[in-house]
Design a protein. Structure first.
Length: 193
C-alpha cells in the first residue's frame, strides 16, 4: 500500500480505514503532499461525521421556491445527493421508494438533493422516476470540491447518503447504493423497528 494509492482511494474509504492507513506511514510521509491531502480529507470527514451537526443549506424545489434543509421536519431525514445523469443514483431509486414506503409513516423523510446544473434534466428525471418525497437543487453541479454542498458535507461524488436525526445531527453517512442496507438497519433501529 503506497501513500499515493491511499490518497487516490480516499473518497471510497471509511474514516476509520483512512486514519488507520495514514497512521502506517512515517511522519515524513504524512507531511508530504499526499499525506496532507489525506489528513485534510480526514478532518473534513470528522467535521460532518456521526454526532456532528449536519450543515444547513438552501436549495430550490421543483417549482423554483427556496427552502432550507432544517425546515424539513421528521424523526429522521435521509439526504440523498444524486444527479439525473448518474446511473447508480437512478438505479437506487426503487430501493429508496421501498424504504420510503416502509418508513415514511413512522417518521422518515427523504430529501433528494440533485447535483445537476440544468433544471430541465433534473425535472425530466423527477418526472421519470416519480419519487414521492422532498426534492431540491442549487444547480451548482458537482464538478469540483469547491461546490458548497460538497464542501459542507465532505463528499466527492454521487450517490451519497447522509442520515440526520430530528435535532439536525448526523447519524450515519454512506457512499453509494451498496451501503443502503446499512442505512436501512440504522433507520430500523432509530424508529424502533
Amino acid at each position: 500500500l503506497t501513500l499515493e494509492f491511499l490518497a487516490s482511494r480516499a473518497q471510497k474509504c471509511s474514516l476509520e480505514e483512512l486514519k488507520e492507513g495514514l497512521s502506517k506511514f512515517s511522519p515524513e510521509l504524512q507531511k508530504s503532499f499526499s499525506g496532507r491531502n489525506i489528513a485534510t480529507w480526514i478532518a473534513e470527514q470528522e467535521n460532518v461525521g456521526a454526532g456532528h451537526m449536519a450543515p444547513d443549506f438552501t436549495v430550490q424545489d421543483p417549482e423554483g421556491k427556496s427552502f432550507n434543509f432544517y425546515s424539513v421536519k421528521a424523526k429522521v431525514r435521509l439526504i440523498d445527493f444524486w444527479a439525473s445523469w448518474c446511473s447508480p443514483c437512478r438505479a437506487m431509486v426503487p430501493d429508496l421508494k421501498k424504504l420510503y414506503e416502509e418508513y415514511h409513516d413512522k417518521g422518515l423523510e427523504i430529501v433528494s438533493i440533485s447535483m445537476d446544473t440544468r433544471k430541465d434534466y433534473w425535472l425530466r428525471a423527477l418526472k421519470e422516476e416519480a419519487m414521492p418525497w422532498v426534492h431540491g437543487c442549487d444547480f451548482k453541479g458537482c464538478a469540483t470540491m469547491d461546490v458548497p454542498l460538497m464542501k459542507a458535507y465532505a463528499f466527492w461524488g454521487v450517490p451519497y447518503l447522509v442520515l440526520v436525526d430530528e435535532n439536525n445531527r448526523v447519524i450515519v453517512r454512506a457512499s453509494g447504493a451498496n451501503e443502503l442496507p446499512k442505512i436501512r438497519k440504522v433507520i430500523q433501529d432509530v424508529l424502533g423497528e
